[in-house]
Design a binder for this molecule. Structure first.
Ligand code: SF4
Length: 199
C-alpha cells in the first residue's frame, strides 16, 4: 500500500484517502487501475497519522534527507481526513517541513463544519481546484455529491484560506476550459486575492 510517494524531485505526496465528493469528468481515478506515475495508489485501508509519519520517514531516508515540500494529495480528496491533515501537518511544520494541501475545496461540506480550525498551523500552502467559472459549469464538469452547494463552498474555502495560509492558489485544468472561461476563473482568483494556475 503506497502512502507516500515522490512525485517531483523535491516533492513528497501523501495518499491519505481514495474517497472524493466529486466525480470529475477528467479525473485520473476514472482509469480504474489507481495508477499514477508508476505507483499503485489503491488503499486497502486509510492510513493512520502514525502510518503516514512512518511512510514519510521511510521516503526521507531513501531520498537522503527531507523533501522540499510534503503534499496532502491522495488519489481522492484529502479533507476526508481532516483530523489527520491537522495532526501530520503540524508535526511536519514543527520539524521545518513545508506542507501543502491539494484539495477540491469542499472540506466544509465533507466535514459538516468549518475545516479551518482543524487545519490551524498545519499548512504553508493550499492549491484549490476551482475548475469552472460558475456553479452550473462546475456541476457539469465535476458532478459534486453536494450539488449546488459545492461551488460556493469552494469559493468560501479559498477566501477563508487566504486569511490563514501564506499561499492559496486556485487552479483549473487547461484542456477542459476555453479562453473565456479560463479568464473568468482568473478574475475570480484576483477578486479573492489569491493566486491562479492552469494545470
Ligand atoms: S476532485 Fe480530484 S480526486 Fe475528486 S473526482 Fe475531481 S479530480 Fe478526481
Amino acid at each position: 500500500m503506497v502512502i507516500a510517494y515522490p512525485y517531483r524531485p523535491e516533492s513528497l505526496y501523501l495518499n491519505v484517502t481514495n474517497r472524493c465528493s466529486n466525480d470529475c469528468r477528467f479525473c485520473v481515478r476514472k482509469r480504474g487501475d489507481f495508477s499514477l506515475a508508476g505507483f499503485d495508489l489503491r488503499l486497502t485501508e486509510e492510513p493512520s497519522a502514525d502510518q503516514v509519519l512512518a511512510a514519510i520517514a521511510e521516503q526521507e531516508t531513501a531520498h537522503g534527507g527531507p523533501f522540499g515540500e510534503v503534499v496532502f494529495c491522495g488519489f481522492g480528496e484529502p479533507t476526508f481526513r481532516l483530523e489527520l491533515i491537522g495532526e501530520v501537518g503540524r508535526a511536519l511544520r514543527s520539524a521545518g517541513t513545508t506542507v501543502r494541501l491539494n484539495t477540491n475545496g469542499q472540506g466544509a461540506l465533507i466535514a459538516g463544519r468549518d475545516p479551518w480550525p482543524t487545519l490551524t498551523d498545519a499548512l504553508d500552502a493550499v492549491s484549490i481546484s476551482l475548475n469552472a467559472p460558475d456553479s452550473v459549469s462546475y456541476q457539469a464538469l465535476c458532478r459534486p455529491q453536494h450539488g449546488e452547494a459545492a461551488y460556493d463552498a469552494v469559493l468560501s474555502f479559498a477566501q477563508k484560506g487566504s486569511e490563514r495560509v501564506d499561499e492559496v492558489v486556485l487552479t483549473v485544468v487547461g484542456f477542459t476550459l476555453d479562453d473565456d472561461a479560463t479568464e473568468r476563473c482568473e478574475q475570480i482568483a484576483n477578486s479573492l486575492g489569491v493566486g491562479f494556475r492552469i494545470r
